[in-house]
Ligand binder design. Structure first.
Ligand SMILES: NC(=O)c1ccc[n+]([C@@H]2O[C@H](COP(=O)([O-])OP(=O)(O)OC[C@H]3O[C@@H](n4cnc5c(N)ncnc54)[C@H](O)[C@@H]3O)[C@@H](O)[C@H]2O)c1
Length: 286
């Protein structure tokens, strides 16, 4: 895989920072990588999509940073171990771990197959569990300057019907991030969890949707989204620098999050009604 570097645009005095981004071959992961590259970071673009990771690495050089593409299936502990074995001798330290790889799946509970449940949880949740398991000691050895960014979703808060596996995976990522935030206060490591509503990426291309209406709804939400992967990346990097835990986007979603905390059951009724209108409703069990 490609390895490119371009340190010329930065001051020779600035200390290079090192980060790993899973799911960096596309969408939000790539947007995060490109923005960090503008600040001179060196990044491992760890993804199951080798050509996409190579393409991101080429973009990093153009942005003034550098990178290396690393083959990783986030569901495989042995891949994580191998990544750790490769990077530790090469890098002086690890400044940032971004657990971002993810997939989308939708279907009613009882109809979404157990195999599909496993697929969603394996990628969306195990990414974060394995990533932190294999790299937290390295981050801890760099107190005061290291960070974790985990990509969840507003789905973790909305709990919309017909998306249980995805909702559960992302709610677990929020819970794990909150726990890490508490545990890592002592180590002065910042933790940020990203919870955006829909924005356009390649996420739906390899998704598993049981219901064509739900897929249509998601595609429309992607098209109508008022913010981009770049906007999410900018907010996440800003939050990382300020040690802010939650990134909820857009502003309307932050208001919805507030309403849920005020009156959770009322909020869930509104979500159910919205989804019924948008996708033709949740079928009652016979
Ligand atoms: N796009 C949205 O509307 C949206 C909203 C909220 C949260 N998210 C989350 O953002 C994250 C990034 O998704 P995106 O929207 O940029 O989609 P994307 O499909 O463009 O990017 C996902 C990346 O994850 C990689 N990936 C998938 N399975 C993998 C595996 N087993 N091992 C390693 N890499 C794997 C893909 O190759 C791809 O590069 C995901 O966690 C997603 O759930 C997206």
């Amino acid at each position: 895989m490609a390895s490119l570097s371009n340190q010329g645009v930065r001051s020779p005095m600035a200390e290079k920072k090192y980060g790993i981004i899973t799911g960096g071959a596309s969408g939000l992961g790539r947007a995060l990588a490109r923005q960090l590259a503008r600040e001179g970071w060196h990044l491992a673009i760890a993804d199951i999509n080798g050509p996409g990771a190579d393409e991101t690495v080429r973009m990093l050089a153009a942005e003034g940073g550098s990178g290396q593409a690393e083959s990783l299936d986030v569901t495989k502990p042995e891949d994580w171990q191998a990544l750790s074995d490769r990077l530790r001798p090469q890098w002086p330290r690890l400044d940032l771990l971004v657990n971002n790889a993810g997939v989308a799946g939708a279907g009613l509970v009882g109809e979404f197959s157990l195999e599909d449940w496993k697929w969603v949880l394996d990628i969306n949740l195990n990414n974060v569990i394995y990533g932190t398991h294999f790299f937290i000691d390295w981050l801890k050895s760099n107190p005061g300057r290291s960070h974790i960014i985990n990509t969840a979703s507003f789905a973790a808060i909305a709990s919309a019907p017909g998306m249980a596996a995805y909702n559960v995976s992302k709610a677990a990522v929020v819970s794990l991030s909150e726990t890490l935030w508490c545990e890592l206060q002592a180590n002065d490591i910042s933790v940020t969890v990203i919870c955006p509503e829909f924005f356009a990426t390649n996420l739906l291309e390899k998704s598993r949707f049981n219901d064509p209406n739900a897929l249509k709804f998601a595609r429309k939400a992607f098209e109508k989204s008022t913010f981009t992967a770049d906007d999410v990346a900018r907010s996440a990097i800003d939050a990382m620098k300020k040690n802010k835990l939650y990134v909820i986007l857009p502003k309307a979603a932050r208001q919805r999050w507030y309403l849920k905390r005020l009156n959770p059951q009322w909020f869930l009724g509104k979500v159910t009604a919205l989804m019924a209108k948008s996708t033709g409703g949740v079928k009652r069990n016979a």
